[in-house]
Structures are given as structure tokens and as C-alpha cells.
Write a protein that binds this ligand. Structure first.
Ligand code: ATP
Ligand code: MG
Length: 204
């Protein structure tokens, strides 16, 4: 079997106010290509830390991550930038929407940054609307939106660029009203290769 992501003996410690906290200790896993991969763990067990390392947001204290055979430790700054912009669609646990943009503007932002033309952006946005209930609130700003609405916008922003890798941090938590199945559908509605999502909850 081919693996998109190979993680070997990964550890991450944070130092804060003189206290060292081990967020991840010696994690080894292989994530196969083209699968939805769900990692469950209790609060504080290091799920977000793992995703941040896989997403190139944090660096490990020790251990290795290979993305399609390349050791992330060999990435230069422009490789990280390209990886985050082109390869990864990231759903942050706290959504990370830009406050000065409407939900729609947030969703299409990755395409705007890729300098896609307006027609193509609209086409992709309309595609997304087929599987995610967001149109009714698309012109609202994040502060005018519920947690669930912001979360759906964050999911749309991650999938609209059809990335090869989706990293989704607790993507179901705000979505009880529409059900886990619908959240699963978000991830199924694009032809990307690998999805990793982490959650405290078994049903997700
Ligand atoms: N920037 C940081 N500085 C210090 N400690 C941190 C930092 N980020 C995370 N931690 C600690 O590392 C541990 C793992 O945190 P992490 O956010 O990865 O957990 P989690 O499994 O995602 O938790 P939750 O389910 O509550 O989101 C926690 O004990 C947390 O306090
Ligand atoms: Mg977390």
C-alpha cells in the first residue's frame, strides 16, 4: 500500500512559564492514500498538535514526518508556504475565519489568493453550495454568525480548492443540527486524496 503520510517517533513539547508540557510522545503512524482517517482522543491528548505539525503550522521537537516521501524537515520556507496554500485544506478547531470578510469571502479566499478568474471562482463556490447549507448566511460576517455557520464556512474554505490533503480539527462538533452524515458528505463531495480528522467524539 502507498502512504501519503508517514510519521515516525514524533514528539512535541511546549515550554510555558518554565513548565515543559509533552503534547505528543513518540507517535508513529502511516496514513494511506485516498482514505478518510479519523483519530480520536480525549481533550488534551495532542490531536490539534498532531494536525498542526502535519499541516506545517508547528514543528516537532523530535521525530520525522514524510509527506509523499519528502521529509518535512527538508522543507524551506517557500515549500511550507506552497504546501499550506496548495496541498492542504485545514479546518481549524476555532475556525480562524477573517473577521473583516463575509462567510462567502472567507470561503473563496484561497481561490482569490490563487488568482483564479471570477467565473471559475463562482463555479467552484456554486459546487460547494450543493453540499453545504451556507447560502442563506453567506453575506454575514463571522461575528454575526453562529458557531455552526462559521464552522461550515471553515469547512467550505478548506475544501473549495480541492486540496490533496484535508486536515480537519473537530469538524463535527458544531454540526449536531445537520448530523454527522452531512459533515461526512462535506468531505466526500470533492475529489481529494486523503482526509484526516480528529475528534473527541466517537460518532465523528
Ligand atoms: N502553545 C502551547 N503552549 C503550551 N502548551 C500547549 C500549547 N498547545 C497545546 N499545549 C498543551 O499540549 C497538550 C495537547 O494540546 P492539544 O491542543 O493538541 O490537545 P487536543 O487533543 O487537541 O485537545 P482538545 O480535544 O481539547 O482540543 C495540552 O495539554 C495543552 O495544554
Ligand atoms: Mg484540539
Amino acid at each position: 500500500m502507498q502512504y501519503d503520510i508517514v510519521v515516525k517517533s514524533l514528539s512535541k513539547s511546549y515550554q510555558s512559564k518554565g513548565i515543559i508540557k509533552n503534547a505528543l510522545s513518540n507517535v508513529t503512524l502511516n496514513i494511506p492514500q485516498g482514505k478518510i482517517f479519523c483519530i480520536m482522543g480525549s481533550s488534551g491528548s495532542g490531536k490539534s498538535t498532531l494536525l498542526k505539525i502535519l499541516g506545517g503550522i508547528e514543528k516537532p521537537t523530535s521525530g520525522t514526518v514524510y509527506i509523499n516521501g519528502t521529509n518535512m524537515a527538508d522543507y524551506k520556507q517557500q515549500d511550507y508556504d506552497r504546501y499550506r496554500q496548495m496541498t492542504v485544506g485545514y479546518v481549524f478547531q476555532d475556525f480562524n475565519l477573517l473577521e473583516g470578510l463575509t462567510l462567502k469571502e472567507n470561503i473563496i479566499l484561497p481561490l482569490t489568493l490563487q488568482k483564479l478568474n471570477e467565473v471559475e471562482i463562482q463555479r467552484k463556490y456554486t459546487d460547494i453550495l450543493r453540499c453545504v447549507d451556507i447560502r442563506y448566511c453567506e453575506n454575514n460576517y463571522p461575528e454575526q454568525s453562529s458557531g455552526g455557520e462559521q464552522q461550515r464556512a471553515a469547512i467550505c474554505r478548506a475544501i473549495i480548492k480541492t486540496p490533496k490533503l484535508i486536515l480537519a480539527d473537530e469538524p463535527c462538533v458544531g454540526q449536531f443540527g445537520i448530523g454527522y452524515q452531512a459533515v461526512g458528505n462535506f468531505f466526500g463531495c470533492n475529489d481529494f486524496r486523503t482526509s484526516i480528522y480528529v475528534s473527541r467524539f466517537f460518532q465523528c
